[in-house]
Design a protein around this ligand. Structure first.
Ligand code: SF4
Length: 444
């Protein structure tokens, strides 16, 4: 159990506390922070309300600018498109910008099955990849590792005996390892923080500059974007480029903000592919309460404030989206029946809502999902009981008898199934069953 790992808890406590303090300080500097949050929420709500139109607008704009758009219904389709593109360029490896969306579709594993190596170039993602581990935080994937653990991983995997655990020495080792990969890569793969429907511009924000290397050096760039990342207009960036860095890394602005529109001659990749991924998002959009989870800009402020996350770490959520946002997004993406415990991984203290830059009311979505989980449980229990009754002639006859007795006083079903009969009466049970009629007419 992760909760019983004192090293993990020390790492998490120190890291989340540090990020929280930085975030609080830079948020306090912005006088109109609340207005910015309101604007962020309004833009996202508007975008989700006309997602179909905006996505087609984005496709048109990207195509006009020389890019190619691919639509992927699920992870299998997305991985097939990307694998075909990489193989079509005879590439055996790709360099990658840190991307939760590619983690969600397990792109690295899919490429590996086709003999293609995906090299993670974000420092923390590289640590996770080299240690054959799994990210435990949206923004700081190796938050569960301290520097002596990282030194051991680098020494072992990069053959750097005698490496110290000084942060500068560690980042220098990673830089030397990655520089060669950037220079020989023929295909770069990225996620996207935003896609602007108006202009066809796609953007990635990051802190290390590795993302810019991936999106500019290789001759081919493939970007995987969840369809909910679309923003209507260029000017919307003004709001999100203020909200995101302050909420995520506690910085006033992102050190590297890379924005590109299609392809340009003699500047950056000569070929650009945008893979628009659904993978359950349209199902989330269909839920009037749950759809707010699609507003998330992956800042991770809700993880850093969450008392449950601070004690368990991200791995306990069993999902690429940990913490409060994972507790509402994952069950909706994969189906509540496959992640039924996640909506309960919360004390409902509401701290996540207080810090969320786009005002997602996470506690309300958690309660909504809990209700669905309980309904599913009640339905499953009822169906199991029905299966037993239908499987036995004796039980079936008894049930018919009971139904006839009970139908006069009860036109409604009580308990958790009450919603079924809230707006309709139970159909009356026939006075005489078919078996009774048969016995009467034809004899036993
Ligand atoms: S739910 Fe809100 S606070 Fe949490 S990661 Fe998403 S945008 Fe950030």
């Amino acid at each position: 159990m992760k909760v019983g790992d004192p090293q993990l808890r020390r790492n998490l406590r120190a890291a989340t506390r540090g990020i929280r303090q930085k975030r609080n300080a830079v948020v306090a500097e912005v006088e109109d922070w609340e207005e910015l949050r309101v604007a962020g929420e309004a833009i996202k709500r508007d975008a989700m309300g006309r997602l179909d139109v905006l996505l087609e607008q984005l496709e048109d704009a990207v195509t006009r600018a020389g890019g190619k758009v691919h639509w992927a219904r699920d992870a299998v389709e997305a991985n097939a498109v990307i694998g075909d593109l990489v193989a079509g360029h005879d590439a055996r490896e790709v360099v990658k910008v840190k991307s939760l969306t590619t983690d969600e579709i397990e792109l690295n594993q899919a490429l590996e099955r086709r003999g293609i190596t995906a090299i993670e170039t974000d420092l923390a993602e590289l640590i996770v990849q080299l240690s054959d581990d799994w990210p435990s935080h949206i923004l700081v994937p190796a938050i569960h590792r301290n520097r002596s653990e990282i030194r051991d991983v680098f020494a072992r995997e990069l053959g750097l005996e005698g490496l110290g655990d000084d942060p500068e020495e560690l980042t220098d080792a990673a830089r030397r390892h990655l520089r060669q990969a950037f220079l020989r890569a023929r295909v770069g793969v990225s996620g996207a923080n935003f896609g602007i429907a108006e202009t066809g511009t796609v953007g990635v924000v990051e802190s290390e500059g590795n993302g810019r290397m991936c999106t500019t050096l290789p001759p081919v760039l493939i970007t995987v974007m969840g369809i909910e990342k679309v923003l209507p207009a260029w000017r919307d960036l003004e709001v999100f480029l203020q909200l995101l860095p302050r909420s995520s890394t506690g910085e006033r602005m992102n050190p590297y903000t890379s924005l590109w529109t299609g392809v340009s001659e003699d500047d950056g990749p000569g070929e650009f592919h945008l893979v628009l991924l659904d993978n359950g998002r349209t199902r989330v959009l269909a839920d009037e309460v749950g759809r707010d989870a699609l507003h998330c800009i992956r800042c991770s402020a809700c993880l850093n404030i969450c008392p449950v996350y601070e004690r368990t770490g991200g791995h306990a959520y069993g999902s690429v989206y940990p913490g409060p946002i994972g507790a509402i997004l994952t069950p909706q993406l994969v189906g509540v029946e496959h992640a039924a415990s996640l909506p309960y991984a919360s004390s409902l203290c509401g701290a996540c809502y207080e810090v969320c830059p786009v005002k997602i009311y996470i506690p309300a979505v958690l309660l909504h999902l809990r209700a669905q989980t309980e309904k599913n449980l009640a339905e499953r229990t009822a169906m199991r009981a029905l299966a037993r009754v239908f499987g036995s002639a004796r039980l079936y006859e008894r049930a018919q008898g009971l139904a006839k007795l009970g139908q006069r006083p009860a036109r409604r079903v009580p308990g958790p199934l009450a919603t079924w009969t809230k707006t309709r009466d139970l159909p009356p049970v026939a006075k005489e069953t078919f078996r009774e009629w048969w016995s009467r007419e034809r004899g036993a």
